[in-house]
Design a binder for this molecule. Structure first.
Ligand code: ADP
Length: 315
């Protein structure tokens, strides 16, 4: 949809007249804005996990930075509404989000990387985001719909953890998600959670790009022996059981914790480390996946020009 079109029929523009239309009308407008703002994004990749604390945001951040360093134009959306940590991880917590007539402008972090997060709209770092019940879906949709991404190659979405209402809302609203990267830790309980995440993606018809096993082993700084703090191999076993690709094993690196706290992307500050090599491998697999999707789309376009022309015109 063209932006002019949106302006013309924006009689229900919630920012100007908050009480002048019904909730359904507001939601329909938010969905239109969302589609318009997402229409210039070529590919959408979700990063998800069966539960919190497994390193989902760390993977999303380092994946986005790696892809942008490879030359892709990347957007990183921190949709983890209850724990939006990405601005902290990238050292942009104090940056202000600018607005334009068409919406909110994401914060530029690197020449090829822009970021939007709910964290930018929370008054104080210690304040939790309390978005309840039926309001939650419309609040998420309004937030997502207001971001003006412009033309980018790939949007990386850091989903809220788990397989409940919130990740479901975000995945539904983003639409046409190309693929999902599932992050897990190696122990048996995490294995169960990552299986749920694979099932969740399949239920939404989102292809699983693969499973990443994070916090796999710690290399002792004294004797260089590998210590499997949380066991090892669970991610690979889950991938085999669920018949999805395994993307790699990220070791525990204390420098990663320090970098997260300092706001420095790990792949940039420790490019030669074992963990950074795994991040780069994951980014390469995602880039390959994107190229495959593009070839597939082109082939379909040639085989079924009419069907796909409709789709192209809408975009
Ligand atoms: P989630 O998004 O799943 O809740 P985060 O990405 O916020 O998890 O990570 C939680 C904490 O674990 C952060 O402090 C992060 O620096 C740390 N962390 C994540 N992965 C690793 C790793 N491989 N080695 C060391 N620390 C890690």
């Amino acid at each position: 949809m063209e932006k002019e079109e949106y302006k013309e029929d924006s009689t229900c523009e919630t920012r100007n007249q908050p009480n002048s239309c019904s909730q359904q009308e507001q939601q329909a407008q938010a969905q239109k804005r969302l589609e318009a703002n997402l229409s210039h994004i070529k590919h959408r990749i979700m990063v998800m996990s069966g539960k919190g604390g497994v390193g989902k945001s760390t993977v999303a951040t380092n994946l986005a930075v790696s892809l942008s360093l490879e030359g892709l134009e990347v957007g990183l959306l921190d949709a983890d509404i209850h724990g939006p940590n990405i601005p902290k991880m990238l050292g942009i917590e104090s940056r202000h989000v600018e607005g334009s007539v068409n919406g909110l402008i994401p914060v530029q972090v690197l020449p090829n990387l822009k970021v939007m997060s709910t964290a930018f709209f929370i008054g104080h770092h210690d304040e939790p985001v309390v978005w309840r019940g039926p309001l939650k879906h419309s609040a998420i949709s309004q937030f997502l719909g207001d971001v003006e991404w412009g033309k980018i190659d790939c949007l990386i979405v850091d989903l809220p953890p788990g397989t409940g209402d919130e990740p479901l809302s975000v995945a539904h609203l983003i639409k046409n998600v190309d693929g999902a990267v599932i992050v897990t830790t190696p122990q048996d309980v995490a294995l169960l959670d990552s299986r749920k995440a694979v099932t969740f993606s399949r239920m939404l018809s989102i292809p699983v790009i693969g499973i990443v096993e994070n916090m796999s082993v710690l290399t002792c700084p004294h004797c260089q022996k590998e210590i499997p703090l949380f066991k090892t191999g669970g991610g690979e076993k889950a991938a085999q059981d669920m018949r999805v690709p395994f993307l790699g094993r990220i070791p525990i690196d204390p420098e990663m914790v320090a970098d997260c706290d300092r706001g420095t992307p790990f792949v940039m500050s420790h490019p030669g480390s074992a963990a950074a090599q795994v991040f780069k491998g994951i980014a390469n697999r995602c880039a390959e996946f994107i190229r495959f999707k593009e070839t597939e789309k082109k082939a379909n376009l040639e085989r079924f020009p009419y069907r796909f022309k409709m789709h192209e015109v809408k975009k």
